[in-house]
Design a protein around this ligand. Structure first.
Ligand SMILES: Nc1ncnc2c1ncn2[C@@H]1O[C@H](COP(=O)(O)OP(=O)(O)OP(=O)(O)O)[C@@H](O)[C@H]1O
Length: 256
C-alpha cells in the first residue's frame, strides 16, 4: 500500500534554535498518528511544516493526491497547496477562533467550505450544513447563531464540522481538546473518534495529553528537543516505553 503521506528528514530551525530535526514518518490511509512530547519539543513546528503552513529548511513531504498520485507538497505552487487545504486536507486548531469565522453564522461557517469547492445550490448547501451540525451534536435551531454565542466545546465541534464537510482524507489536529473542561474533552474525543472511524480518515494529532492519543492514535511518535526519540504502536509505547524520556512522560514525572 502506498502511504498517504511520506515525510522525509524534515528539519526546521528558528535562527540558531532547532524547531524540529530530521523527522521522517509514513502515514497510511485510515491511520491516526499521535505526536507527543513536552512543551517546546517541536510538535507544533513539525505539524506546521507537514501542513504546509511553515517551510522547512530541509526535507520532503510527499502526499498521495487523488488526482495526480504522490506529489511533493513543499514544491507545489501556493494555489495548489491552498486547494489541497480546502479539499483533501483539514486542519483543526487548538483554539476554535483560529479555525472559524467568528463574524458569520454557524451554517455559513460550514456552508462556505462547500462553496469554496464549487457547491452552488443554496438549498443543498443548507441541507448539508444542517446535517453536519447534527453530526457534531449542534441543534439545527442554532444554525443562524454566530460562533461567539457558542460554548468552547460547541465552537470546537463547529470547527470540526467546517473541516470535515468537504470530505477530506487527511486531518491535522493541534491539541484538539486543549483548553476545554475535562468532561467536555471526553465528549469531544468520543465524537472525534467516531468521525475518524466512520469516515476512514487519516490524521496526525499533536497533543501533550496522553489520554488523547490513547483514545485516538494507532501509532505514536515521541519528541524531545526537536527530535523523535521513540515511535511505535500506541499501546506498545505507552504500556512498555523503551526510551527513558518516554518512561518519564508515561509515569507523569514530566509536566507536559
Ligand atoms: N516562531 C518561533 N520563533 C523562534 N523559536 C520558535 C518559534 N516557534 C517555536 N520556536 C522554538 O522551537 C522549539 C519547538 O517549539 P514548538 O512550538 O514546535 O514545540 P511544541 O512541542 O509544539 O510546544 P508546545 O506544546 O508548547 O506548543 C522551541 O524551542 C521553541 O522555543
Amino acid at each position: 500500500m502506498t502511504p498517504l503521506l511520506q515525510v522525509k528528514g524534515v528539519t526546521k530551525h528558528y535562527g540558531a534554535r532547532l524547531g524540529c530535526g530530521d523527522v521522517s514518518l509514513d502515514l497510511y490511509p485510515g491511520e491516526v498518528m499521535g505526536i507527543v512530547g513536552e512543551s517546546g519539543s517541536g510538535k507544533s513546528t513539525l505539524l506546521s511544516c507537514l501542513a504546509g503552513h511553515l517551510m522547512p529548511d530541509a526535507g520532503e513531504v510527499i502526499y498521495d493526491t487523488r488526482a495526480q498520485g504522490p506529489r511533493d507538497v513543499l514544491g507545489m505552487s501556493e494555489p495548489e497547496r491552498r486547494m489541497l487545504g480546502r479539499t483533501d486536507w483539514a486542519f483543526v486548531h487548538q483554539n476554535p477562533r483560529d479555525g472559524l469565522r467568528m463574524g458569520v453564522s454557524a451554517g455559513a461557517n460550514v456552508g462556505e467550505r462547500l462553496m469554496a469547492v464549487g457547491a452552488r445550490h443554496y438549498g443543498q448547501i443548507r441541507e448539508q450544513a444542517v446535517d453536519w451540525l447534527g453530526r457534531v451534536e449542534i441543534a439545527a435551531d442554532r444554525i443562524d447563531d454566530r460562533p461567539r454565542a457558542f460554548s468552547g466545546g460547541m465552537q470546537q465541534r463547529l470547527q470540526i464540522a467546517r473541516n470535515l464537510v468537504t470530505g477530506p482524507r487527511l486531518v491535522f489536529m493541534d491539541e484538539p481538546t486543549g483548553g476545554l473542561d475535562v468532561s467536555v474533552q471526553a465528549r469531544l474525543l468520543d465524537l472525534l473518534r467516531g468521525l475518524v472511524r466512520e469516515m476512514g480518515l487519516s490524521a496526525i494529532v499533536v497533543t501533550h495529553d496522553l489520554a488523547v492519543v490513547r483514545l485516538l492514535a494507532d501509532r505514536l511518535m515521541v519528541m524531545k528537543d526537536g527530535a523523535v526519540v521513540e515511535t511505535g504502536l500506541t499501546d506498545q509505547v505507552l504500556d512498555d516505553p523503551q526510551h527513558g524520556y518516554t518512561q518519564l512522560l508515561v509515569s507523569s514525572v514530566l509536566q507536559v
